[in-house]
Structure formats: structure tokens, C-alpha cells
Write a protein that binds this ligand. Structure first.
Ligand code: HEM
Length: 431
């Protein structure tokens, strides 16, 4: 065998760890993946590429950071475009990874043998969020400085350990040189390395699970895999098309919209309102209605634990590959989403204009903590029972409805925080 063909052989057997030679034709349908995982991967590549280039100019000190961004934008050829691509890819990645997570959930692609990948996915999502968050501070402008200040100061509300954790993260009582250096190191070294290891593992696990879930109608046999086709060219062509579309979309947005840059950070002058990055606005909004222990600890920890155990629940039906479990599942999910929109908006309005109790202290712990938390728990239990008894849903459909209820409520809170909070974080009509 010639050395060239041996190299080709090695290359192919290496690739086969991640992708098979043949794939079920049905998994190539756009209506299964919507290209979301692949788009997320393309965005990660764009971020790595542009991030590496940004490192040549960026200076991680409070004195130099802002100036280095100005220099990049004004004096480096295509510097502004480079920054735009990095910024919009990062925002896109948070959104696309979230949509990919929803697609995994609603196609039942989280049960064994895909449960490990579900857990790796949760880790990936956390890494994506924290990459975005740590990157947010780096321009050291007013938006960055105060978004990080408000996000980390939420920790102050946690009794006993909160302030300690905040100071540990910031390297002091407020964002300063140590914070910038720590965030820079986490953003440009620790999280990228984590992603570099976790992503190949994610892809290898798809291979170990014998490929993606096979999309099917509720009445089709789960064991029926359909015809196989060669990954090259069938899958490859689709991947390249999707990558081209994703890159073109990011380029277009980056050509027309500049990444925001406000005045240089001024620790003595906070903008009004001071908002966290958009993906943490749901948490900031929760903090306006619940005692901090519940808004930042009890509720998020319970939700995360719920997500982690989803694959290990015993399900009555095998629904992997079926969008929304069944026909009934579509209806119950839709009902859940509508209920969540109405109840969340009503809850926010009621809390804002009727129950104006204070949030902290022991009275707050009861009025804004235990009481509303008990109401929410009872509401979720009642909703679950309504699905089971009223709609005769099986536990797949009922759990899906509960997930939809909570996920929609979180999205609604996020949107309220982004668009409907103005000066002094007061509710206002448009944002
Ligand atoms: C940086 C973030 C992520 C990237 C780049 C990524 C990439 C991918 C790709 C390319 C696929 C195959 C094609 C597709 O399904 O679209 C995939 C499948 C999968 N992903 Fe992700 N993913 C990410 C985050 C997540 C998250 C947040 C979860 C869930 C918690 C997740 C769970 C899964 C699972 C279970 C599969 C197998 C799906 C199946 O068998 O049908 N991933 N991922």
C-alpha cells in the first residue's frame, strides 16, 4: 500500500469513530434535526477561529481592554467585522444550542442509549453559557461592566456563602483587574479546552448509540430503521449546505449590525436599568418576584436536577423518534405552553401591582419564598394530575407537558426581563 493510501486509510478509520459509513436515510430528514446540532458546531468553529484572531489584539487589563477593542475596530483591517462575527456567533450559539436541546427533548432522543449524551449535552450547554458570560466582560465597557456586576451581585442575596462565592469569582468585592484576568483565562483557555474534549465525546456517543433517533410516526414500529445510504455524499452534502447557510447568515448579520460597545467602564456610574446578559434575564426576573434563596438556589437547582433525571425516569411508552410523543402529546404540550404564558404573565402583573411585599428577611422568606414556592409546586402537581386523569395522558406525555410548562414560563420571564423592564427595572409597555 502506498504511503498516500495508508494515510487516507488512517484518516478514514479515525473519522469512523465519529461517523459511520452508512446512515439510515430517514435520519437525513431536515424535520428531524433542523440542522441545529451541526449549526451549533459551525458556530463553535467560527468562535474558535475569530477568538484566536482577537487574542492578537486584545489586552486583558482594565486600562488596555477597552482601548484594544477601539484599536481593533478602528485600525485593524476587518477588525470590526471580526468582532461582530465573534459576538453574533456567541449569541447565536446560546440560542441554537437551546433549540437543539428542545429538539432532543421533543423527539425523545434522551433515553438510553442516548442518556449519556443528554448529560454531556447539559455540560456543553453550561459551557456555552459560561463562555458567553465570561466573554461579555472582556470589552470592559459600561454594558459589560454593569451586566457582570448585576449578575454576580445576585449572589450577595444568598445567605452565608453568597458574598464569599461572589468575591471568589470576582477576585474582590467588585469587578476589577483580577476579574478581567480570571474571566479572560476561563474564556480563552479553560472553557475552550473543555469544549474541545466534550464535543468529540458528544459525537462519538452518537456513533455508540447507533446513530441518531429514527424519526417515525407514532404508529410506526420503533425497530424499523428503513433504508441505509452512504454517509458520503448524502450526509456530507447536507452538512456542507447547512454549514454554508450558517456561515452566510452570521456574515450577513455581522455586516449590517455592529457588536455593541458603550463608553469605557465607569465603576462609579451605573446605567439605569442595569440588566444581566439576555440569557440570564430569566433569573434576574425571578429575583424580582421570589426570595433570593428560592430564585437563585432552590428553583434552579430543582430544575437542573429534574433535567438530569429525565433520562432515568421509567416511561410507559417507547417514543424515541416521535415528535412530541404522540398526537395527544402535541395537544397537551400546546395546552401547557398556553397555560404557562397566561399564568406567568398574570403572576408577574399580580406580584408587581398587588403583592408588593419585601423580598428579603424572614418575612420575605415566607411571603416571597415558601408560600409562592408551595403554590408553584402544588400547581405543577395539579397540572400533572390534570394531564393524567383529565386528558388520559401516559407518563411520557404528562412529563413532556410539565417540561413544556416550566420551559415556557422561563422563556416568558426572560422575554419580560429583556423587553418589558425599563428605568428602575419598572414594568413598561415596550422595550
Ligand atoms: C455546543 C453545543 C452542542 C453541539 C455543538 C451539539 C452538536 C450535536 C450534533 C452535531 C448532533 C447530531 C445532529 C443533530 O442532532 O442536530 C447532536 C446530537 C445530540 N445532541 Fe447535541 N450538541 C450540543 C448541545 C447539546 C445539548 C445542550 C444537548 C441536550 C442536553 C444535546 C444532546 C444531544 C443528543 C442526545 C444527541 C443525539 C440525538 C439523536 O440521537 O437523535 N446536545 N449534537
Amino acid at each position: 500500500m502506498s504511503s498516500a493510501s495508508r494515510k487516507r486509510e488512517y484518516f478514514h478509520s479515525f473519522l469512523l469513530h465519529f461517523r459511520p459509513k452508512m446512515v439510515p436515510e430517514r435520519t437525513l430528514r431536515l424535520s428531524l434535526t433542523w440542522g441545529l446540532g451541526g449549526t451549533a458546531m459551525v458556530l463553535v468553529f467560527l468562535l474558535f477561529g475569530t477568538g484566536l484572531m482577537l487574542k492578537f489584539v486584545y489586552e486583558p487589563t482594565p486600562g488596555g481592554a477597552y482601548d484594544s477593542i477601539l484599536y481593533l475596530q478602528d485600525s485593524v483591517p476587518f477588525g470590526q467585522l471580526l468582532r461582530n462575527i465573534h459576538r453574533w456567533s456567541a449569541n447565536g450559539l446560546v440560542l441554537v444550542a437551546f433549540l437543539h436541546f428542545l429538539r432532543i427533548f421533543y423527539t425523545g432522543a434522551f433515553t438510553a442509549p442516548r442518556h449519556v449524551n443528554w448529560m454531556i449535552g447539559l455540560l456543553l450547554f453550561a459551557a456555552v453559557l459560561f463562555s458567553s458570560f465570561t466573554g461579555y466582560l472582556l470589552p470592559w465597557d459600561q454594558i459589560a461592566y454593569w451586566a457582570i456586576t448585576i449578575s454576580t451581585s445576585m449572589l450577595d442575596y444568598l445567605p452565608f456563602v453568597g458574598t464569599g462565592i461572589k468575591q471568589w469569582i470576582l477576585g474582590g468585592p467588585e469587578p476589577g483587574p483580577a476579574t478581567l484576568l480570571t474571566f479572560y483565562a476561563i474564556h480563552t483557555a479553560i472553557l475552550p479546552v473543555l469544549l474541545l474534549f466534550a464535543l468529540p465525546f458528544h459525537f462519538w456517543r452518537i456513533r455508540k448509540a447507533n446513530g441518531l433517533v429514527i424519526p417515525r410516526r407514532p404508529d410506526e414500529d420503533p425497530a424499523e430503521r428503513g433504508a441505509l445510504v452512504e454517509a458520503m455524499p448524502h450526509l456530507f452534502i447536507r452538512e456542507v449546505t447547512m454549514a454554508v447557510v450558517a456561515v452566510a447568515a452570521v456574515l450577513l448579520v455581522s455586516m449590517f449590525f455592529n457588536a455593541p460597545l458603550a463608553e469605557q467602564a465607569n465603576p462609579g456610574l451605573s446605567p439605569n436599568p442595569t440588566k444581566a446578559p439576555w440569557y440570564f434575564m430569566g433569573l434576574q426576573e425571578m429575583l424580582m418576584h421570589f426570595h433570593p434563596v428560592f430564585a437563585l438556589l432552590v428553583i434552579p437547582v430543582l430544575l437542573l436536577a429534574g433535567l438530569a433525571i429525565i433520562p432515568f425516569v421509567h416511561y410507559e411508552a417507547e417514543t424515541s423518534g416521535v415528535w412530541f410523543c404522540s398526537h395527544k402529546g402535541r395537544i397537551t404540550a400546546l395546552i401547557a405552553a398556553l397555560v404557562a404564558v397566561v399564568v406567568t404573565v398574570a403572576g408577574v402583573l399580580l406580584d408587581e401591582f398587588v403583592f408588593k411585599d419585601k423580598l428579603t428577611g424572614s418575612a420575605g422568606m415566607i411571603n416571597k419564598g415558601l408560600l409562592p414556592f408551595a403554590v408553584i409546586l402544588a400547581g405543577c402537581a395539579a397540572f400533572y394530575l390534570l394531564m393524567k386523569k383529565g386528558f388520559k395522558a401516559n407518563n411520557n406525555e404528562a412529563i413532556q407537558a410539565l417540561f413544556t410548562l416550566l420551559a415556557t414560563a422561563f422563556v416568558v420571564l426572560t422575554l419580560i426581563g429583556i423587553w418589558f423592564r425599563g428605568t428602575g427595572m419598572q414594568l413598561m409597555w415596550a422595550g
